[in-house]
Design a protein around this ligand. Structure first.
Ligand SMILES: [Ca+2]
Ligand SMILES: [Ca+2]
Length: 135
């Protein structure tokens, strides 16, 4: 773009004089828009004859861009253009079922309630499946 007139800045700021008719590549980041949502558009030396556009690749724009399709390895989040893994979605005492995308109580092999005692007075064991039921 061509500069129509020299820049005047508030508060008496001094800038290098720009002659009328000189080319300026960009005045702000929007001037560098490349219509690619997977690049971050940056205007360097904005509004000067040395201005230029810089493009940084962005891996994601939304959490959906990061989803690996697996429930049990956690929900992936898009943070500042990069994907970040989140922890296993299940609580302690639960196991993850990838087929049904749910967390289930850990079950074990047992013959009696004693085999399933988790030493927790707030649960009662349910024999055969070792399913602990909160009371
Ligand atoms: Ca872009
Ligand atoms: Ca995942």
């Amino acid at each position: 773009m061509l500069i129509a007139a020299s820049l005047s800045l508030p508060y008496g700021c001094k800038v290098s004089p720009i002659l009328e008719g000189q080319e300026v590549t960009c005045r702000n980041n929007l001037d560098c828009d490349d219509n690619n949502e997977y690049t971050k558009d940056i205007c360097l030396d904005a509004g000067t004859v040395n201005s230029s556009c810089k493009y940084q690749n962005v891996l994601c724009n939304t959490d959906k861009d990061c989803d690996d399709g697996f429930y049990c390895d956690g929900i992936e989040r898009c943070v500042d253009g990069n994907c970040q893994d989140q922890p296993n979605p299940c609580d302690i005492g639960e196991t993850c079922n990838e087929i049904s995308d749910i967390c289930e109580p850990i079950r074990g092999f047992c013959n009696t309630d004693k085999d399933c005692d988790d030493q927790n007075s707030l649960t009662t064991p349910h024999t055969k499946s070792c399913l602990f039921i909160k009371i």
